[in-house]
Design a protein around this ligand. Structure first.
Ligand code: NAD
Ligand code: ZN
Length: 265
């Protein structure tokens, strides 16, 4: 059996990681849909970094839940398996899902990358250091804060601590895809290749609002004419109309049960 699983923030909600659209998604009264943008970073990189630092910490402290574990178990038993997750957390991997069967289409929150060149590194902060070591702050224009000094009247301590690229001096940023940014074409290729290599018998879509066209497109193409498309989400989404089965329940209620039934039968 060929299986495709697509997940969104809802699968990690029960691990205590807020979704963007839920009421817990707001941070300091700010809307995540506005913070997770290139515009927000250009305007106030310190604020955006602070939000990501807190989210990284929350993810480090969280544990995979029974839904992540059920997906990892399904992967072990399926003939062919792929997970496409919009989540930037590492809970699927920590639930035991092999890295090579998964595509983090919106990136990885533990990656820090240069906003200008190719330099990047990944650090989950588990190896002793509490937060990825900020590369030594380099101010290319010699004068201590040079031309990149924040324009606010009271320079913020945070701004001075922002990580800069050790190669080119540009600001480092989280290795995630922000609203309005392009997906990584190599990742698109991996998903397209999986779809092109044969029919998908079973597609699960779990905990995503499915507001991105490519998610709807991949899910409906995977279903094709004869496949099953199972949606697990307490709320209706644009994909619901294409589903062959709907479960309007939290992921941890549905997935362990479904996977156990499938493996037993
Ligand atoms: P979203 O926040 O827009 O929507 C979450 C969806 O999950 C909703 O449809 C909601 O009804 C559903 N949901 C809530 N609780 C659930 C549960 N217990 N079981 C099943 N479903 C549940 O999330 P999204 O569609 O993934 O997209 C928003 C963007 O935000 C993505 O790009 C993603 O990268 C990012 N994001 C990631 C994380 C994470 O990595 N954990 C968290 C928040 C946002
Ligand atoms: Zn650089």
């Amino acid at each position: 059996m060929r299986v495709l699983v697509i997940t969104g923030a809802g699968v990690s909600a029960e691990s205590g990681i807020p979704t963007f659209r839920g009421k817990d998604g707001y941070w300091r009264n700010l809307d995540p849909a506005k913070l997770a943008t290139p515009e927000a970073f250009a305007k106030d990189p310190g604020l955006v970094w602070q939000w990501y630092r807190e989210r990284r910490q929350r993810i480090r402290n969280a544990q995979p839940n029974p839904a992540h574990k059920a997906i990892a178990k399904l992967a072990q038993h399926a003939h062919e398996f792929m997970l496409v997750t919009q989540n930037v957390d590492d809970l699927h991997a920590r639930a035991g899902l092999p890295k090579e069967t998964m595509v983090q289409i919106h990136g990885d929150i533990f990656v820090t990358r240069c906003s200008d060149c190719d330099f990047q590194f990944r650090d989950t902060g588990r190896g002793g250091s509490p937060e990825p070591p900020a590369p030594r702050t380099i101010y290319p224009n010699s004068g201590r804060l040079g031309s990149i000094a924040p324009t606010s009247a009271q320079p913020d301590q945070e701004q001075e601590d922002l990580p800069r690229c050790p190669r080119c001096g540009a600001l480092m940023r989280p290795g995630v895809v922000w609203f309005g940014e392009q997906l990584d074409s190599r990742k698109i290729y991996i998903v397209e290749d999986y779809l092109a290599r044969g029919d998908v018998d079973l597609t699960f879509v779990v905990g995503t609002t499915a507001l991105f066209g490519y998610i709807v497109d991949w899910a409906t193409r995977a279903r094709g004419r004869n496949g099953e498309l199972v949606e697990v989400n307490p709320d209706e989404t644009p994909l619901s109309q294409f589903a062959t089965k709907l479960y309007r329940e939290p992921a941890t209620k549905v997935l362990p049960r479904l996977v156990n039934e499938m493996l037993a039968g």
